[in-house]
Design a protein around this ligand. Structure first.
Ligand SMILES: *Cc1c(COP(=O)(O)O)cnc(C)c1O
Length: 305
């Protein structure tokens, strides 16, 4: 990553066309916003990138050891001149010895990874919607796992506006928009501000989990996207051969690198449900391709590739 200058400049992402299984789609290239803040992490952290954080000394967050949010937050802390503490489960030995992917680049940018044997307890405490900051100190800005914060609405609203304006210019009045969900933060705020239907696929949990997440951020259920499940159940982060295959297929067909953690299940859902949607379809490329490095290693390790 060191070849890219660290910058908080977020550009407007282009809309391109792609083909997938014999059908044409519009592709919103949110992966092209910025090398460090791309996809929905750029959208979710836009508010913080634009705010005065001089009352803080430190940023804290928590989650998986290969998280895309962790990588973006490490860059964010560096740009803002703040320390960055990241809490997670104890690290696997192989990663400690040979840092790769998001974990490596975050360390390079100064992340302090704090291993917590009782991580689940910490997670529950930090994720509760009412309580904040008290334990980590007043000069620490806590950003919940995956950037699941109300402040995310600011940047996601810009994404919605870009799509609304694009559709208007193109004279498109029937559009269905597909986006991946982890915490569901991006999808729910997108639906709130978009003039079209949003369809999303849960990756971390199931539809129930996602509805709970929507409710934490937005009380008006008219603003909730349509949740599309795949026929088969998948465990988040686990390498499946069909995930790799669909990723390979769409990436090589369009000569665009897709993302290996959230895209595959969402694309399977898209292929299963695209006949039931109205008008043109837009798929959102939510960036995160830096994480492919470690995902590909896992596929190799499992003997899938
Ligand atoms: C973080 C991430 C998501 C999940 O976004 P949420 O707002 O938490 O639903 C989806 N796709 C990619 C590529 C991501 O990096």
């Amino acid at each position: 990553m060191s070849e890219f200058p660290l910058s908080a400049e977020l550009s407007i992402s282009p809309v391109e066309e792609m083909t997938f299984r014999g059908r044409k789609y519009f592709l919103k290239r949110d992966d092209l916003i910025n090398p460090y803040f791309n996809g929905n992490k750029a959208r979710k952290f836009d508010y913080f990138l634009n705010s005065d954080l001089s009352e803080y000394k430190k940023i804290a967050s928590y989650g998986g050891n290969q998280s895309n949010a962790m990588f973006s937050l490490a860059a964010f802390a560096k740009i803002k001149g703040l320390k960055f503490d990241y809490y997670g489960k104890p690290l696997p030995l192989f990663l400690k010895k040979n840092p790769v992917g998001n974990f490596k680049y975050a360390l390079d940018m100064g992340m302090n990874y704090i291993e917590l044997p009782d991580y689940e307890q910490f997670f529950r405490k930090m994720s509760s919607p009412e309580k904040k900051y008290d334990e980590l100190g007043k000069d620490t800005l806590l950003i919940r796992q995956g950037g699941a914060e109300k402040e995310a609405e600011f940047g996601v609203k810009k994404l919605a506006r870009e799509i609304n304006e694009w559709a208007q210019e193109k004279g498109i009045n029937k559009l269905s928009v597909f986006i991946q969900s982890g915490t569901g933060t991006t999808a729910v705020f997108l639906q709130k501000h978009l003039n079209f239907r949003v369809y999303t696929t849960p990756n971390i949990g199931n539809a129930d989990y996602l509805l709970k997440q929507f409710a934490l951020l937005e009380y008006n259920s008219d603003n909730y996207p349509v949740i599309l499940e795949t026929k088969k159940k998948y465990i988040f982060g686990k390498p499946y051969k069909e995930f790799y295959d669909i990723w390979e297929e769409i990436s090589s067909e369009n000569n665009i690198e897709f993302e290996l953690l959230y895209d595959p299940k969402t694309l399977i859902a898209l292929a299963e449900h695209n006949k039931n949607t109205e008008g043109e379809i837009m798929y959102i490329h939510s960036g995160g391709t830096v994480g492919n490095e470690s995902m590909l290693l896992r596929y190799k390790y499992k003997g899938i590739i």
